[in-house]
Every structure is written in C-alpha cells, then in structure tokens.
Design a protein around this ligand. Sequence first.
Ligand SMILES: [Fe+2]
Length: 238
Amino acid sequence: MSIVVNVYHINRAPVTYIQIFENELVTLGVFVIREGNKLPLHNHPLMHGIIKVLAGTLNITSYSVMENKSNPLSQCNNSSQTQDNSERMREREGTFYIPGLGSVLIPCYGETRDQTETADVSAPLFCSQSTLSYLDSPNVFLAMRHSPLLLTATDEALYLTPRERNLHEIHCVNGPAAFLDVIGPPYKPVSLLDCTYFEDMGEMSPDNKAVRMLHKISCPSYFYTDEEKYKGPPIEIT
Ligand SMILES: [Fe+2]
C-alpha cells in the first residue's frame, strides 16, 4: 500500500498572496485560499476595492459600519446647536450588555450633521478621516451585515468603498478558490491605514439580525499568508 502526498501542500499557509502590481494609488494581487480556509473579518480603512473571483467559489459576507444617520440608537439623531460637547457625546452613546464583554459603552460613529444644516442627508459622504472613527476605543461598534454572496468566476466583481461593505470575511466553498483583489489606496502598515481584524459578537436586537456588534481583535492565529511571485505579463497602469 502506498500513500500519495502532495508535497505542494505541505507547510503551505492557509492563504497565498501573489502581488501583481503596486504604486502609491493602487495594489493589485491575487489571493489563493486553500480548501477549508478563509480570510477572517477585516477592513479596508479609507479604501475602495474590487474583488473578482478567478477560480472556485467564494462566500463573502460584507459589513458597513453604521453611522449617525443610520444608527438604531435613537439618541444619535438628537444633537443640537445649543448643547455643549459633553452633552452631545452623552447623547451619542449607549451602554449595552454584550455576552463575553459585559457592559460596554457603544458610541455612534461618523460625521455629526447639524440639524439646521440644509444639505441633503441622504447624499453619500465620501472618504474622510471620520470614516475611521470606529477604530478609536472602545473596541465595539455597530455594523450592518449584508446578505452573504456566493460568487464564482462567472459573476460580476464585488465593489467596496470606505463606507459601503468596507469590512468582509471571505470563505472558499467546496475546495480552494482564487480571486483578484484591487484596492486603493494601498495599506500603510503601522498606521490607521493598516488592516484591523474583527469578530462578530452577534445581533444588536432579535428584531433586526442585520445590525451586528463587531469587536476589534488581533489577527486570528489560524490566519497567515505566504507569498508567490507573479509570473504573468508586466502590468502597466496609466
Ligand atoms: Fe479584504
């Protein structure tokens, strides 16, 4: 009796990254996720991104951080010009019991729009530093979980923005999978523009399972990557 071992898979990381191109504006690369593995829930701070499946099937669950205008904490919308800052801060926070964490103060995040402001509050707010305010302490914040998407190579690319679907968890399904990952601007390690990992602590209320409490965590020990060299044609971006 002989045992066949595929040496290619010995000591390989759960995920391999192949960087194709990077400049100050954009990073292009391919992630290969080995069977049974995943990219844990992480963010792309202040970045836009495109995910295009190249092989296999991905299950992608995305989250959008909740901000003042959509936060279910009713007190979030009560700011007034006559209040001082500490009063405003109190009105934008709520204390909640979270299993495993106890009582946690959860602030609302995002820009505070003055109620006298005439601007259209439904207009999208683009890339600003306040989009990162959920990364300040405390470590728990609210996010809207989008329905999971099953994507294959025949599907359209998935887009993320600094505000929409900026956090995601990516599983491969029924075997390994590979996807093209385009993000801009690139990560900047050891800064607010570095990747952060999160854990979904559960729903905010039984009536709305899409509103989730997320908790910042360190990189899970099961997740690490190795790298392969890109051997395709040279890439030129103009
Ligand atoms: Fe990602």
